[in-house]
Design a protein around this ligand. Structure first.
Ligand SMILES: Cc1cc2nc3c(=O)[nH]c(=O)nc-3n(C[C@H](O)[C@H](O)[C@H](O)COP(=O)(O)OP(=O)(O)OC[C@H]3O[C@@H](n4cnc5c(N)ncnc54)[C@H](O)[C@@H]3O)c2cc1C
Length: 237
């Protein structure tokens, strides 16, 4: 569908990272994990990349809100969206994509995610918990430090309330003394620590191309069948 929608709220969800809440189109039907295109209408500045970007929906179909989130880099699009006044209209197109949770509930889902790649993952996990599916879900989410990790509170709460979900925050550059997560880049030792039977799950990788490539290489080197790897690459990072 294609529709103009208004900005309702902006919220910082991590260092340099903002969530944008929009009016949810009444007719919108989507699956958790899908993305949309957002186009700025008559922005005060633009560049050769144009006024449209693809963003995964961070909210799940079961939630009332509809939002996307992004790292606020110094590009024309990001400068404009950061300053967008509440009530401003943008053009919504979507939903698109098939980065969605597999149906078979006996097959675990393992998410190996870096930074902003977590956007579709929040939607998928919130919906799975809401539907009380029996998927075993394990999320390893790497960020330079905890302050760069979007939705940490959401994931901690979901893991507390749901025995099927394990949340492992990973700090690659620095963490406080009382850090309960892992430290360093996601590696073979970490994956083996949390995934008991390596050949059983479907692995989900999303985010900037370099992160997705690195995680795919890690899994392939560990002998994981590539048919069990699903990816969503965020172009433009
Ligand atoms: C299916 C899909 C889902 C996506 N979901 C999300 C999402 O949920 N959240 C999200 O944030 N993005 C998402 N993206 C990516 C998003 O569409 C943008 O491409 C991305 O946010 C970058 O936009 P930009 O305006 O910052 O950079 P652009 O203006 O698009 O960048 C243009 C070029 O300049 C380079 N560049 C710009 N700024 C810098 C910088 N500071 N440092 C280094 N290089 C730079 C880029 O590498 C790129 O080659 C998704 C993309 C796809 C295809």
């Amino acid at each position: 569908m294609r529709q103009n929608i208004r900005l309702i709220q902006k919220r910082q969800v991590a260092n340099g990272t903002m969530a944008f809440y929009f009016e949810k189109p009444a007719e919108l039907e989507f699956r958790a994990g899908q993305f949309c295109n957002i186009t700025l209408i008559n922005p005060p500045e633009t560049d050769e990349e144009g006024n449209t970007r693809g963003f995964s929906l961070i909210t799940a179909p079961c939630e009332e809100d509809m939002a996307v989130a992004t790292r606020l880099r110094d590009t024309a699009f990001k400068r404009v969206i950061k300053q967008l006044e509440i009530g401003t209209e943008v053009r919504f197109e979507g939903p698109y994509g098939n980065f969605t949770l597999h149906k078979a509930e006996t097959v675990p889902a393992v998410f190996l995610i870096g930074g902003i790649g977590v956007t579709p993952v929040r939607s998928m996990i919130v919906q799975a918990m809401h539907d009380k599916t029996r998927h075993r879900i394990i999320l390893l989410h790497a960020n330079p430090s905890p302050s760069y990790a979007p939705f940490m509170v959401d994931f901690e709460q979901l893991a507390k309330n749901n025995q099927h979900f394990t949340f492992v925050p990973v700090a690659t550059e620095g963490a406080p003394d009382d850090w309960y997560g892992e430290q360093g880049r996601i590696n073979e030792v970490m994956v083996k620590k949390y995934v008991p039977d390596l050949n059983l799950p479907i692995y989900y990788l999303s985010g900037p191309g370099s992160m997705v490539t690195a995680m795919r290489q890690l899994l392939v080197n560990m002998g994981i069948n590539e048919d069990k790897i699903r990816t969503e690459e965020f172009t433009g990072y």
